[in-house]
Design a protein around this ligand. Structure first.
Ligand code: ADP
Ligand code: MG
Length: 472
């Protein structure tokens, strides 16, 4: 299968692309509409500098070509939620050209997907079909809000790659602060273009476009369904009709919406109300200076500075908050140990409790305190898990829990030896069996000594001392 994605990402900006109206999500319908957004006759659009800055910032984050001159065009079509009868978009000269995104795949490998372009355009209003049984209402709050349309090359070959692309794109947008990436609220929407071809074919097959899929999971489900549908048609000797389809979330299928529209159907032409957008080199340079460290660079640094595996590093950098949290835990400590605890017990506990890093009951400093007690041998891994459980419940620091519960591990050789001796004496028959060749009993002795010490014997020392006693 061959997949190319078009993502509409709502630009983080207090006001709209060509008007001063507010963009806050969830406001009373039609309370954030200027005369420009409602397309009153004679109203003129004025470009919002913040949105231009955000588009350039995103272009830089995608390692893309920034076009110093770009042009706004009218894309003409009729719909109730588009009062002007056209959308202002960019067609032949977008603000951002070719770039690329590196995908992190589940098996630890990576691959690069080309970005074809990024352009700025207006969002449309919303038709509300659920307010009345007989009428459709129109909410223009969204009309005129700035979108970045980010178009990929047809470089993806599976649903997994499409999912990885969306996750990575969303992470980059969030790191940059140019889009909140919230697919449920519709601030990031995805059109999936998919075609099939035989292995070895170099020519692309005819594609279908599935519009406005609103979660990564649905994108993957739509791809699974649509690829099977196309294969069945092709293997029956049929041809794929190029068309626009929709994803029905309740039925779990794609359905035809309309035959594919062509660019000429929209009668694109440069918007006579807007001059070509010319950027100055200093403007782009200034934005470049404020770029944060992005996920790929952070991942490389985590691997190099903390000795993490590529997999752990990509899990940690997926969200800026988890990367920052990890760095606080790891600072001045064993990075690998810190990563194990953050990605393992800590993320597991947050998941279970339905919490996020922001609402976590255990702070980075507190988790760091626990890691210290493992590093200095006060706690074995097993005891540390017990202490961590108590930290989640009580919010107390690890050291305090260790003192209160007496959970310090026993690292005194004499004490461990004494415990071993007692167990061996009480199980003379089993000792004889072990010495007679029944190796499996080793685990039994470990278990018994652990039990008699309340789980507190240092596992490595116990292992070594027991071996010595039994074999030597
Ligand atoms: P349109 O605006 O008509 O949808 P675009 O040129 O913007 O067309 O391309 C839409 C998307 O379709 C791009 O992401 C591109 O990679 C993808 N695409 C183009 N041809 C194919 C194909 N044969 N199979 C799968 N995806 C394709
Ligand atoms: Mg398209």
């Amino acid at each position: 299968m061959v997949i190319g994605l078009e993502v509409h990402a709502q630009v983080i900006s207090n006001s709209k692309l060509f008007s001063g109206a507010d963009t806050t999500f969830g406001a009373e319908p039609n309370s954030q509409v200027s005369l420009v957004d409602a397309a009153f006759p004679g109203m003129l659009p004025v470009i919002n500098g913040k949105c231009v800055e955000q588009a350039v910032r995103t272009g830089l984050g995608l390692k893309a070509q920034i076009n110093m001159v770009s042009v706004f065009d009218r894309k003409n079509y009729f719909y109730a939620d588009l009062p002007a009868g056209y959308q202002i978009s960019q067609f032949t000269q977008p603000i951002v050209g070719k770039g690329e995104i590196l995908l992190d795949l589940a098996d630890g490998s990576g691959c690069t997907v080309g970005i074809t372009r990024l352009h700025l355009e207006q969002d449309a209003g919303k038709s509300m079909h659920d307010q009345s049984p007989t009428e459709t209402y129109v909410d223009l709050n969204r009309a005129g809000v700035a979108l970045m349309e980010i178009v990929s090359e047809p470089d993806m070959r599976s649903g997994e790659e499409a999912g990885a692309y969306l996750k990575k794109l969303r992470a980059i947008l969030r790191y940059l602060g140019t889009c909140d990436g919230n697919m449920e609220e519709g601030s990031m929407r995805c059109d999936v273009n998919l075609s099939m071809r035989r292995v070895g074919d170099t020519k692309l097959g005819t594609r279908c476009e599935i519009k406005n899929v609103n979660s990564i999971r649905f994108v993957q489900q739509a791809i699974d369904y649509e690829s099977v549908r196309q294969v069945e048609i092709l293997e029956d000797g049929g041809v794929i009709k190029q068309e626009t389809r929709l994803w029905d979330t309740t039925k779990g299928e794609t359905r035809s919406m309309r035959s594919k529209e062509e660019a000429h159907d929209y009668r694109y032409f440069p918007d006579p109300d807007l001059l070509p957008l010319k950027l100055e080199a200093a403007f782009v340079e200034a934005i470049k200076k404020t770029l944060p460290e992005l996920p790929d660079d952070k991942k490389a640094r985590f691997i190099k500075d903390y000795g993490l595996t590529p997999y752990d590093a990509s899990v940690l950098v997926a969200e800026r908050a988890s990367a920052d949290f990890f760095e606080k835990v790891a600072k001045g400590r064993d990075g690998k140990l810190a990563a194990n605890w953050v990605t393992g017990e800590f993320f597991g506990a947050l998941n279970k409790q339905g919490k996020t890093i922001e609402t976590s009951p255990v702070s980075a400093d507190a988790l760091g305190g626990l890691v210290d007690l493992i590093a200095d041998q006060t706690l074995s891994n097993r005891l540390a898990k017990e202490v961590f459980e108590a930290m989640l419940e009580s919010g107390k620091p690890a050291a305090q829990i260790v003192e209160e519960k007496g959970l310090r591990q026993v690292t005194d050789t004499g004490a461990i030896e004494k415990a071993i001796d007692a167990i061996l004496a009480a199980n003379a028959d089993k000792v004889a069996e072990y010495r007679g060749g029944k190796d499996k009993l080793f685990a039994f002795f470990i278990g018994q000594v652990m039990k008699s010490t309340g789980g507190k014997a240092n596992p490595a020392m116990l292992n070594e001392l027991l071996k010595k006693k039994l074999n030597g």
